[in-house]
Design a protein around this ligand. Structure first.
Ligand SMILES: [Fe+2]
Ligand SMILES: [Fe+2]
Length: 303
């Protein structure tokens, strides 16, 4: 295999990196709404014509709300998937069992952390922001697919959080420090999840012939298309929240431009930045050259 991770090493690294929710956000902590929450590479508000600086900041914060909400949704299908993957082998490799249970425990903590940040957002933002879901429906739809396809989607999400923090959050001093701290702490634990998910993909791919791999890629693309449609709906919700928060209604052409630009920004944030990650591509190549080529062919649509 191209990448060599062991359950024992991942568990040990994970135990060294672990943190508590109170280390990230205290009971009285507040978000600073005079600052942006999301880095420009993900929010992509700078290039939006016809928006004042204040409106760009408000839109950036709505994208921050979206980030909290979308991660809340994806963590809710990652958690049962990891538990289902661990359960059939509870009496096998002890390191494997412990590493997977640590992974699941951390994702349950992340769900709680994102909820806590969502409360802080609602406490400080002027209007309500809608979100796609509910989480149970998203989980049911994603988890009905081939487990190898689901594991690939999760692997992509884990590597994506790595590139979000390292490439665009870590060196951005304009961001609200509390929101930045959320992204940092999430990055710290997701680094080990990415390695564990690489091992899950390898286990699920074992013994599959070319047709079996090809089928998993079909299913992966189907999940991606479904999530992409959800991002389009989320962008429409964001537009409505933006108009309410700014107290003005955009004209027809402004609305179209807003939706096109921001949907593409969401595609890059939640799909493209993971598809493009070199470690994700490396795992795809271990499945087959064709699997990697198929995903490379669609990736530009999410850039
Ligand atoms: Fe997470
Ligand atoms: Fe994770």
């Amino acid at each position: 295999m191209y990448q060599h991770f062991s359950y024992e090493a991942v568990l040990s690294a994970s135990q060294r990196a672990t943190w508590q929710i109170a280390d990230v956000i205290g009971p009285d902590a507040t978000l600073d709404f005079s600052r942006p929450f999301m880095p420009q590479a993900l929010a992509r508000t700078a290039g939006m014509e016809g928006l004042s600086d204040d409106e760009k900041r408000i839109l950036n914060q709505i994208r921050g709300h979206e980030y909290l909400s979308i991660f809340g949704l994806v963590e809710e299908f990652i958690l049962p998937f990891v538990l289902d993957h661990a359960r059939p082998h509870l009496s096998g490799d002890d390191w494997r069992v412990r590493a997977l249970l640590q992974f699941a425990g951390e994702e349950a903590k992340h769900i709680q952390l994102f909820k806590r940040f969502h409360e802080a957002f609602v406490a400080g933002f002027t209007t309500e922001c809608a979100v796609i879901g509910p989480a149970e429906a998203v989980a049911a739809e994603v988890l009905r697919h081939d487990p190898l396809a689901v594991a690939l989607v999760i692997l992509q999400i884990e590597w994506m959080t790595q590139s979000h923090y390292v490439d665009s959050v870590r060196d951005d001093d304009a961001l609200d420090p509390l929101f930045k701290s959320l992204l940092k702490h999430h990055w710290m634990e997701e680094a080990q999840h990415a390695r564990l998910d690489t091992l899950m993909v390898e286990a699920l791919a074992e013994g599959r012939d070319a047709r079996g791999i090809d089928y998993a890629i079909d299913e992966y693309l189907e999940i991606g298309a479904w999530l992409d449609a959800g991002l389009r709906t989320q962008t429409e919700f964001n537009l409505a929240a933006f108009e309410r928060a700014c107290g003005r209604t955009l004209g027809t052409s402004e609305r179209e431009a807003f939706l096109g630009h921001q949907h593409q920004a969401a595609r890059w944030t939640y799909l493209g930045s993971g598809m493009a990650h070199p470690k994700f591509r490396a795992t795809l190549k271990t499945l087959s050259r064709e699997a990697c080529a198929r995903i490379e062919a669609v990736a530009p649509a999410f850039a």
